[in-house]
Design a protein around this ligand. Structure first.
Ligand SMILES: [Zn+2]
Length: 376
């Protein structure tokens, strides 16, 4: 089923929009932002498995937005569920600035990825990276680097200023990855046999977390897949070093598919208003990765009743190997069926002016409120 059958009403020129898309089969995340006056931004990308097209672009087409109105495309981190079809997206949005994390765009990183591209595997995300770098080398465009406190986008709608600010990676993170990649390259020099096996460490820590503000009142925190870590000055603790956090956010794209390692109540309370909107994409990979867990679903719901998920990852897991998961599904009394959807969309809109502070939240496709999965 295509997006146009669910949602084809564009926002008004003076209306901000945040749309979070997840693949119905719970493996893919993409964000579309309306910046006002029919200007748009895209963060991360995944391919609709049925149409083989970018879900973000399918949505823009459904609401008749020309692709040259896309002002920026950002890749938060280089993980498969965020980057399928990324180069094609970049090619189709010719006017867009392209941002990668400054912690994954060093010379060392690009050389290492070049090696990784030669590794033998069925789907190798490094191949998509090589494709992007090759395209950029042949075009007049360049890759921009996002790092802590850099303004990635700025526009003025009426009297209100919209700012998109990167809160990560900070300097600590950038040097940590430069050191790690240097060591990896040293190892590779001794391994010139044509088959390269590289385990790239912790791409989630390279993630670009962003804060979008409108005036002094509205904040949207985009958590990418950033984790909490004991490594000093990295992960969510590093976000608090930002000098650009001037407002608590009332909307939060929850990091890392609602996994425990993306959650720190103390940090969240410093960044969020009470009872925020929480928007999540789930993650289902293989037999054993299923996020968010039952425990975290309850944690998020207790944090805020305004919590939403782009699809129910438990819907078609009747044969799940883990007995705890099977019991969970049975307790919910879910009708077990093959998923018949391609995507889920959580859409929030609000007027730009201070007088229009009310947020409307609508769900399309497979999206659902978290309350439907919470123990009653
Ligand atoms: Zn992810």
């Amino acid at each position: 089923m295509g997006i146009e059958q669910y949602n084809s009403i564009p926002p008004k020129a003076t209306e901000f929009e945040f749309s979070l898309f997840g693949r119905g089969t719970a493996y893919g995340e993409s964000i579309v932002l309306h910046l006002g006056e029919n200007k748009w931004g895209i963060i991360d990308n995944f391919i609709n498995p049925k149409t083989k097209k970018s879900t973000a672009l399918e949505y823009l087409r459904a609401i008749s937005v020309p692709y040259q109105n896309v002002e920026f495309i950002i890749c938060t981190h280089w993980h498969e569920d965020h980057i399928t079809g990324f180069t094609s997206l970049v090619e189709q949005c010719e006017a867009a600035d392209i941002y990668l994390s400054a912690a994954m765009n060093s010379e060392e990183h690009n050389r290492m990825i070049g090696y990784q591209g030669k590794a033998l595997s069925k789907f190798n995300p490094a191949n998509e990276f090589v494709r992007l770098v090759t395209y950029i080398a042949q075009s007049p465009r360049s890759l921009k680097r996002a790092s802590q406190d850099k303004v990635l986008h700025k526009s003025k709608i009426g009297n209100e200023e919209l700012l998109l600010i990167a809160l990560s990676p900070n300097d600590n993170t950038i040097s940590y990855f430069e050191r790690t990649e240097y060591k990896q390259l040293e190892k590779l020099k001794a391994q010139e046999d044509g088959v390269f096996k590289i385990s790239k460490p912790e791409p989630n820590l390279q993630s670009i977390v962003m804060l979008l503000t409108i005036g002094s009142d509205f904040g949207l925190l985009l958590g990418a897949d950033l984790e909490v870590t004991t490594k000093s000055g990295l992960g969510w603790a590093g976000i608090l070093e930002s000098k650009m956090i001037t407002t608590h956010s009332q909307v939060f794209k929850v990091p890392h598919h609602g996994s425990e390692n993306g959650y720190d109540e103390g940090i969240w309370k410093q960044l969020l208003k009470t009872e925020p909107y929480l928007a999540l994409t789930p993650m289902k990979k293989g037999k054993n990765t299923l996020l968010p867990t039952e425990r975290m679903i309850n944690t998020f719901y207790n944090y805020s009743a305004r919590s939403y998920l782009t699809s129910n990852p438990y819907l078609d897991t009747v044969r799940h190997q883990n007995p705890k998961v099977r019991n969970f599904i049975n307790r919910k009394g879910e009708k077990i069926s093959k998923p018949n959807y391609d995507y889920g969309q959580i859409r929030l809109r609000k007027g730009f002016s201070v007088n229009e502070s009310e947020i409307t939240c609508e769900l399309f496709g497979a999206a659902l409120p978290l309350s439907e999965l919470v123990e009653s």
